[in-house]
Design a protein around this ligand. Structure first.
Ligand SMILES: O=C(O)CCC(=O)C(=O)O
Ligand SMILES: [Fe+2]
Length: 698
């Protein structure tokens, strides 16, 4: 667990650098770099011009608002970022390597590339030139740095080179964080004039406070800022529950002080230039403590993004960080983060790590599942994933530029459903391989194994949906005893190993195809829709034309309803129909586990009246406390069985829920005690009856 951020001097010799880099990558996910080779004069210039940008009149900044750009580039107003009703107090400008807009027939995700919106040269002379030069110099710095990462991992220096394209788009933001006083004046000032008295306030707070998804940088995924406690995976695989980030933020600070909420960057690596001496940037360590990353003259702060974590299967950690708004009266904090780009057509699946690294990962590290769009996702293509992510986080751009192809209001749930199915699919494939299918497998065994491999609990409904997406996925069969069997007929495990990636890719394609056609997510659309679909179809080698896809739309209902296992049993048509029916009946049956917990509940409920009766007798109408061991003996006497302590306690818990005014389970010191209230037998029985009636009427 780290408590400070290491500094790496890039002018040192490579072995020294690598020795410092390894622990920084593995344990921290952050480091400072110095002597990274960008002209200090240029750094001075971007710092000055970056600050001046925000002094431009609001109308000029609004002229280059991000919503004007189909490429998600441009200015975002103060407070435009909101995550679960919590506002990030920063205004910013998204810039990228200047590239021409793609042609109309290129895949949609290429629209992420395109020209910047520059502020008026007359108002801020030299801005464009300086930032273009900075991006141009930072590109090679980032590519050199990942070559060091490659070497630190024991790979060839150019191991990541295939991820970059000739005209690689890198991104950058210029950010201003106003201090707490300024935010308060803006928010409270606006609140006072609400009601339409004053219209020309420079900041449109009504828009700002609308709850919407975060519009963080390009591909960042924000940590949830919900009220639930945060679950943190520990090294020993246990889950630690901490106070929610929101609770924590609120406890520590007021709502005006979130510069940017906790998040991970999503690209390969990012390079942050802190332009003012403010404290603000903080990184979360595994002890759930926020560690300050103060500005250090002549350095950049490097963060590992989620793409890097996914590629290196967790060797390089992508660490949660946040920025606190500057303290009241301390003025604005400025920063310029640079986000290294990678080719949108890159595919992560082929990336190999040295076997020693894989081994050490197995031994030393629990790889988190939280690598956003890159890991286990349904998209094998980074561009598609990034595009969908951008669409989700910038609804204003989506509504303006992509409303003919995408129903932005529905974007959230569906990709998540498919992404989960994709994980289940990956688990299922490993299961089949492990079980050396054609060996048949019961559904319960299958589900257990998928859970182990994918951490997803697979239900019969999920399986139905897999079959709906891919009807011939596995051979399914119902045995005489009603057990559902799955197998991969005629495919040996060796063949399966060879084709597993291809099968995953095929499954991803099916998901993506389905998502595109899905009327909820993708509007049926006029002309333009067909054009896009056909270019996608061509690109991804899907044989159906847009027209035929359109004729057979797969609706959500269809996927949930029509899903049927493919029994392929041979025999007469009638026999096959019967087998199919049996298979789908089986799919709808409750699992062993569900049955078990229901019967357990029935057992508990059936014994409640007897236990209550005995307890009423023991209390004799007075309030009294009964130690737990005696209470357990009483339960056993009343049900005339020798229950385990756990079962007896479960009955007592249930009793305390059914007649709460009479019976409570409390802790006295470290002893559990049953506390009985002063109640007559009649009153307790009336409460019991009331409960039973309410249960029946459910
Ligand atoms: O401004 C900063 O110091 C950090 C910004 C950041 O983390 C981001 O934009 O991703
Ligand atoms: Fe960040």
């Amino acid at each position: 667990m780290f408590t400070s951020i290491p500094i790496i001097d890039l002018s040192e010799d490579t072995p020294t650098i690598l020795a410092k880099l390894r622990p920084a990558l593995f344990n921290v996910g952050f480091c400072y770099i110095k002597n990274y080779g960008v002209d200090p004069g240029l750094i001075q210039r971007v710092t000055e011009l970056g600050k001046q940008l925000f002094d431009l009149p609001q109308t000029e900044k609004q002229r280059i608002d991000m919503s004007n750009s189909p490429h998600f580039l441009g200015y975002s107003r103060l407070g435009d970022e909101i995550t679960k009703n919590q506002t990030d107090w920063r205004e910013q400008m998204d810039l990228a390597t200047e590239l021409p807009a793609p042609k109309d027939d290129e895949p949609l995700y290429r629209r992420l590339r395109g020209p910047n919106q520059w502020p008026d040269e007359k108002l801020i002379p030299g801005f464009r030139q300086a930032f273009e030069a900075y991006i141009e110099q930072m590109g090679p710095v980032s590519i050199h740095f990942v070559s060091l990462i490659a070497q630190a991992l024991g790979l060839e220096a150019d191991a990541f080179a295939h991820l970059f394209e000739q005209h690689q788009q890198h991104k950058l933001k210029v950010v201003r964080y106003p201090d707490v006083d300024e935010v308060k004046v803006k928010v409270e000032g606006e609140t006072k004039v609400k009601g339409g008295v004053k219209k020309e306030d420079p900041v449109d707070i009504d828009v700002k406070l609308e709850p919407q998804e975060s519009s963080l940088h390009a591909d960042e995924t924000k940590v949830k800022l919900e009220d639930e406690p945060v679950e943190i995976k520990q090294d020993d695989d246990s889950i630690e529950r901490k106070a929610s980030v929101k609770q924590e933020c609120h406890a520590e600070r007021s709502i005006y002080t979130q510069g940017v909420g906790p998040h991970k960057d999503s690209e390969l690596t990012s390079y942050l230039l802190q332009c003012t001496p403010h404290r603000g940037l903080q990184v979360l360590n595994s002890n759930n403590e926020w560690i300050d990353v103060p500005p250090i003259e002549g350095t950049l702060v490097v963060a590992m993004g989620q793409a890097m974590e996914a590629l290196t299967r967790g060797y390089c950690v992508s660490t949660t960080h946040r920025v606190l708004a500057p303290e009241a009266g301390s003025g604005s904090r400025f920063s310029i983060p640079f986000f290294q780009g990678i080719s949108y057509d890159a595919n992560f699946r082929d990336f190999k790590l040295p076997s020693e690294v894989e081994e050490s990962l197995k031994k030393n590290k629990v790889v988190t599942e939280d690598t956003g769009q890159y890991r286990h996702d349904m998209f094998s293509n980074i561009g598609e994933a990034t595009f969908m992510n951008r669409i989700r986080s910038h609804p204003t751009v989506a509504k303006r530029w992509y409303k003919d192809v995408i129903d932005v209001t529905k974007l959230d749930t569906l990709p998540r459903v498919l992404s989960r199915l994709s994980r289940i699919f990956a688990g299922a494939e490993k299961t089949m391989m492990f079980h050396n299918s054609p060996l048949p497998l019961s559904f319960d065994d299958f589900a257990r194994s998928v859970l182990e491999y994918s951490h997803e609990k697979v239900t019969r409904d999920d399986l139905s949906q897999l079959f709906a997406l891919w009807p011939n996925l596995y051979r399914t069969e119902v045995r005489r005893d009603g057990m559902l069997m799955l197998s991969l007929e005629n495919i040996t495990s060796v063949a399966l190993t060879q084709t597993r990636d291809a099968r995953q890719k095929q499954f991803d394609d099916l998901c993506w195809k389905w998502l595109r056609q899905h009327p909820v997510t993708w509007s049926k659309g006029p002309e333009i829709d067909q054009k896009k679909q056909s270019s996608f179809t061509k690109k991804r080698g899907i044989s159906e034309t847009a027209e035929s896809l359109r004729k057979t739309p797969v609706t959500k209902q269809r996927i949930f309803k029509l899903a049927k296992p493919d029994t392929k049993l041979g025999g007469t048509v009638l026999e096959r129909i019967k087998a199919r029916k049996a298979a789908s009946a089986h799919l709808n049956k409750k699992s062993e586990q569900e049955e078990k917990s229901e019967s357990q509940q029935r057992f508990l409920d059936s014994n409640i009246p007897r236990v209550v009766d005995v307890l009423v007798g023991a209390g004799k109408g007075n309030s009294t406390s009964i130690p737990m061991d005696r209470a357990i003996r009483m339960v056993n006497d009343s049900v005339r069985r020798n229950l385990s302590e756990k079962e007896a306690r479960a009955i007592l818990v249930r009793v305390s829920q059914v007649v709460p005014s009479f019976c409570k389970l409390v802790e006295v010191g470290d002893q559990a005690v049953l506390r009985l209230g002063k109640k007559t037998r009649g009153a307790v029985q009336a409460e019991l009856r009331e409960f039973e009636e309410s249960e029946h009427s459910k």
